[in-house]
Design a protein around this ligand. Structure first.
Ligand SMILES: C[S@@+](CC[C@H](N)C(=O)[O-])C[C@H]1O[C@@H](n2cnc3c(N)ncnc32)[C@H](O)[C@@H]1O
Length: 365
């Protein structure tokens, strides 16, 4: 089926790659904040974090041909119970609109049912009248339509689509402070979910530094088996409480140093320890020593973290079967560490957190 994805404007590139990693289409195109592709399994799209709505693409047209194409289309074949027509005008990315820029605001404008669209040269009511004429016993429902027909107006083209699903996730309600157990540097659940999708994870996900289980919860909620390791017993306990709270079953939690993991996993997704309240293990001579990141000497601190990350990346190289998505803090030379560990960067993204921290999200294989 030809599908159209309305991407969230927060980070268009991340949103696009999330869909592509999960659905792996042969071809795709991006127009403003629309992603168009062909897929067999649209149900997988339900787990996407940065997609707002999914659609079946009905046809592409332009301002000159829209009425003619509406009259030609077999509306009865996609119609169920009642319908509604919506027109969305998508701004041009170059003019600071919806597409292209990371972090840009989604500039999708939606008309009301009787509105004039400022672009297509006709109103929702007029388009709906033409569709009405093609249906056997049409009914209109403007508030809760079973058949939502939406027209996306871009600079050169108009896309006619039927809504499949509005993806309403409850990420807000799962933010770290709303879970029973907290981790001071826990990821936003929306980002945690996107990382899992960027890995294209199926069946299970392993997080070697699981903390209070932020990534594991999102994996469990999309029916993947979460497997988490943490060096600290207390963290493993917190993960357990959180996973039980969201009724996630089955899961596996292991109180173990990530640098000693031997089991192999298809998909590994993790936010490395780098926060001020976390400790890491580094090699001192022939021994591993626990080290607090609260140290004052910044240069030495970064050197220690890099040493620790390299050790972890070498383990990752041994235990990774398919794909890993790892978050690094921007102040480490992650590219050189990844190269030294003989891993390959497939994609990478940046997420600005505050003046002294940008997260580097790296897809590895
Ligand atoms: C950035 S936090 C993970 C946060 C988690 N992603 C969440 O959203 O709750 C990193 C975790 O790594 C753990 N950790 C530090 N060194 C470790 C090691 N050598 N092996 C396993 N876990 C370790 C810390 O206890 C901490 O819970």
């Amino acid at each position: 089926m030809k599908c159209l994805f309305l991407l969230s404007g927060e980070n268009i590139r991340l949103a696009k790659e999330e869909v592509l990693s999960l659905l792996v289409p042969k071809k795709h195109k991006v127009v403003n904040n629309l992603l168009i592709l062909e897929t067999e399994d649209i149900n997988l799209a339900d787990r996407l974090a940065y997609t707002k709505k999914t659609f079946q693409l009905l046809f592409e047209t332009n301002k000159e041909k829209i009425i003619e194409d509406i009259k030609r289309f077999e509306w009865q074949s996609i119609y169920k119970e009642n319908f509604c027509v919506r027109i969305h005008k998508l701004c041009d990315a170059q003019k600071g609109g919806g597409g292209g820029r990371e972090g840009g605001k989604n500039r999708l404008n939606t008309n009301l049912a009787t509105g004039w669209d400022r672009g297509v040269g006709t109103s929702e009511k007029q388009l709906a009248d033409h569709i009405w004429d093609k249906l056997k016993s049409p009914k209109v429902n403007l508030t809760n339509p079973k058949t939502s027909i939406e027209f996306f107006i871009t600079k050169d083209k108009i896309y006619a689509a039927k809504l499949i699903k509005e993806l309403k996730h409850s990420f807000e309600s799962r933010k770290a402070h709303k879970r029973p157990e907290l981790h001071p540097t826990a990821l936003n659940p929306k980002l945690a979910r996107a990382l899992i999708n960027l890995a294209g994870a199926q069946k299970e996900v392993m997080d070697p530094f699981c903390g209070a289980g932020g990534i594991l919860i999102e994996a469990g909620l999309i029916k993947l088996k979460p497997i988490g390791y943490d060096l600290y017993k207390d963290m493993v306990k917190r993960s357990k409480i959180n996973l039980d709270h969201y009724k996630i079953r089955p899961y596996k939690l292991i109180n173990q140093d990530a640098l000693k993991i031997k089991a192999k996993y298809n998909y590994i997704v993790s936010d490395l320890p780098y926060g001020l309240n976390t400790s890491i293990w580094v090699k001192k001579g022939n021994e591993n020593k626990k080290l607090s990141l609260k140290q004052k000497d910044k240069k030495q601190r970064i050197k220690n973290i890099e040493e620790f990350y390299l050790k972890f990346l070498k383990i990752l190289k041994k235990i990774l079967k398919k794909k890993a998505v790892i978050i690094f803090p921007n102040y480490v030379n992650y590219k050189s560490l990844i190269k030294k560990a003989n891993l390959k960067i497939e994609k990478e993204f940046s997420q600005f957190i505050h003046g002294s921290l940008t997260r580097k999200i790296v897809v590895l294989k």
